[in-house]
Ligand binder design. Sequence first.
Ligand code: ZN
Length: 158
Amino acid sequence: MFRIGQGYDVHKLVEDRELWICGIKLPHTHGLLGHSDADVAIHALCDALLGALALRDIGYHFPDTDPKYKGADSKLLLKEVCRMIRERGWEIGNVDVTIMAEAPKFKPHIDEMRQCLADVMNVAVDAVSVKATTTEKLGFTGRKEGIASTAVALIYEP
Ligand SMILES: [Zn+2]
């Protein structure tokens, strides 16, 4: 038995914020604005995993009106989502994350991002794909106003 889910998230780029993506802090002039650490890729991934079991979305489980999640490390949210999946008797097969951003350069950080997500989800690193693309300077991502991310997750019943 298999199920799949997909997720999408966007955060605005602003000055004077740290840039956290896929659980690691990236050197950049701007960071993402949000109630938590605004890790856009982890949020998309959480929504993909929740979506696979039709468990609503990240905002439903971790509301941004709750002071508990102010500045929250999104890795903890991902860990909790994985716990919810396994509690229901499912295991994570593989995940595939795409980040859409004009800057910074992600290439040097991809392996560290994959390893970080694999560690948080407690899966093998070859089950975790992270890709980054520009949008050819088009749209809000192209104008560096924000960063978007999509994710797909496949889960299975062992
Ligand atoms: Zn988000």
